[in-house]
Design a protein around this ligand. Structure first.
Ligand code: FAD
Length: 429
């Protein structure tokens, strides 16, 4: 991948503003802030529409450091990359194991085709797609602020040691969970504390685990308000981590403390290759994900599955959808907040409704009591293997506590419409 330094970009003019040297570069149709999966897909799509696109990334290397357990459906990868470079994939998965607080394990019937990615390679592969379509890429270049001037955005970026201003007709905020671009555009993009799951993860080696099975472990002493995961990475390695909702946690210790305790018990003697901390938003998409000349995609828009904490696939789809709509509105000469509401509407109609349904289920599952999980695992383990499906797990959960039925009524009511009506109206590559 060719990465453009400041010397590769044309200088428009320079001068002084508020006592500081001001370098203004040539303008772009669109600047995408953040080269994660959502940003690269937005840049790729907009470049395919023939627009001039700049993709900027604050880190010096795209895809690194990795803050992710790297699980994704195979469909999610193939939709964008076809048969991907095998180096993007660490392991193929076809089974899920659920483990209860007291340690009963149940492997569900085959109903999963997934990958555990190598995001250091995968994220670069997506950025390369954007570059091949014509987008320019600037790494090691954080966005520092932006202001509106004459129907354009002026984005200040620090690159190669200098602060430069780059004008653009449209901005895509793809700056992840710590997004600030949405706030610069005047959108309410904060996350309530009760919606933020604190996560910690180790990549461990020398493990004796099945390499085609992911495991999810529940329990208020292990990971209150969330769950723990073991995602195999091949060759005896795995991403082993957990998420904790701090305000429901009985012990006021960190996610790392919870993980250390669990790993010591489950994998004593494992070798630790890497540690990462991060947050996952367990909620719904922001009320507004567009504004004058700006759209938010991926984690920046809170477009994460609140049940699983997965945001790679939904971020890619949102980037593709949002990048296409922004490009169309630029071509039509109308990037007003009103015109860009098309993106909010399309997101809601497709994946947004599905996300809200997942939230209903998440609120039930992640608040279940240990005894309910134990009872459910006991019941599932008695079923013949081919009847141990996700549906059996959810309906079993209802049987463990009939009051859950009331809370889940909306979930089942909406399941039919969102699962059948969520056809994706945007043509994927
Ligand atoms: P990101 O991938 O976060 O990319 C945002 C990019 O913007 C980053 O590269 C960042 O450096 C850059 N950036 C930020 N600010 C600026 C700035 N000012 N200027 C320039 N660049 C900037 N999801 C799954 O689907 N499967 C999983 O198994 C999974 N496991 C997870 C485990 C953990 C511990 C965590 C924390 C998250 C996990 N997720 C998982 C969630 C997933 O990582 C995110 O949903 C996904 O990365 C979102 O993609 P994105 O492009 O929106 O944001």
């Amino acid at each position: 991948m060719k990465v453009t330094g400041i010397a590769g970009i044309n200088l428009s003019h320079s001068g002084w503003e508020e006592g500081r040297a001001l370098i203004v570069l040539d303008s772009y149709d669109i600047i995408v802030v953040g080269a994660g999966p959502a940003g690269s897909c937005a840049a790729w799509r907009a470049a395919l529409e023939g627009l001039s696109v700049l993709l900027i990334e604050k880190e010096s290397e795209i895809g690194f450091p990795v803050r992710c357990a790297e699980g994704i459906s195979q469909r999610g990868v193939h939709a964008f990359l076809g048969d991907p470079d095998p180096r993007c994939i660490s392991a193929s998965i076809n089974r899920v194991r659920l483990t209860s607080p007291e340690g009963t394990s149940v492997v569900l019937a085959h109903e999963l085709d997934g990958y555990i990615l190598d995001r250091r390679v995968f994220d670069k592969a997506l950025a390369e797609k954007a570059e091949s379509a014509g987008a320019e890429i600037l790494t090691g270049s954080p966005a520092l602020g932006m202001k509106r001037s004459n129907e354009m955005w002026e984005l200040t970026v620090n690159t190669a040691g200098s602060d430069v201003v780059i004008p653009a007709r449209g901005i895509v905020a793809a700056d992840g969970i710590e997004s600030i671009v949405g706030r610069w555009a005047g959108l309410a993009s904060h996350t309530p504390v009760r919606r933020m799951e604190s996560c910690f993860q180790y990549t461990l080696a020398d493990l004796d685990i099945e390499q085609n099975v992911i495991e999810m472990v529940f329990g208020s002493k292990i990971s209150p308000g969330g769950y723990s995961w073991i995602f195999p990475k091949g060759e005896g390695k795995a991403n082993v981590g957990l998420g904790v909702i701090r305000h429901v946690a009985p012990e006021k210790i960190t996610a790392r403390d919870y993980l250390d305790r669990w790993v010591e018990d489950r994998f004593p003697g494992a070798r630790c290759l890497r540690a990462v901390a991060g947050g996952v938003i367990v909620g719904k998409t922001l009320y507004s994900i567009s504004s004058d000349g700006v759209i938010l995609v991926g984690d920046a828009a809170h477009q994460i599955n609140p049940l699983s904490g997965a945001g790679i696939s939904s971020g890619m789809r949102a980037g593709w959808m949002g990048g296409g709509i922004l490009a169309e509105q630029i071509a039509a000469g109308d990037t007003s907040a009103r015109a860009l509401k098309r993106y909010d509407t399309m997101w809601k109609r497709t994946l947004g409704d599905l996300q809200e349904n997942h939230l209903r289920l998440a609120e039930v599952v992640l608040n279940m009591k240990d005894e309910q999980f134990n009872k459910l695992a006991g019941e599932l383990s008695l079923l013949p293997e081919k009847k141990r499906t996700m549906y059996a797990a959810v309906s079993g959960a209802v049987r463990t506590s009939p009051s859950l039925l009331l809370k889940l009524a909306g979930y089942f009511r909406n399941w039919r419409s969102v699962s059948s009506g969520s056809g994706y109206p945007v043509t994927l590559p």
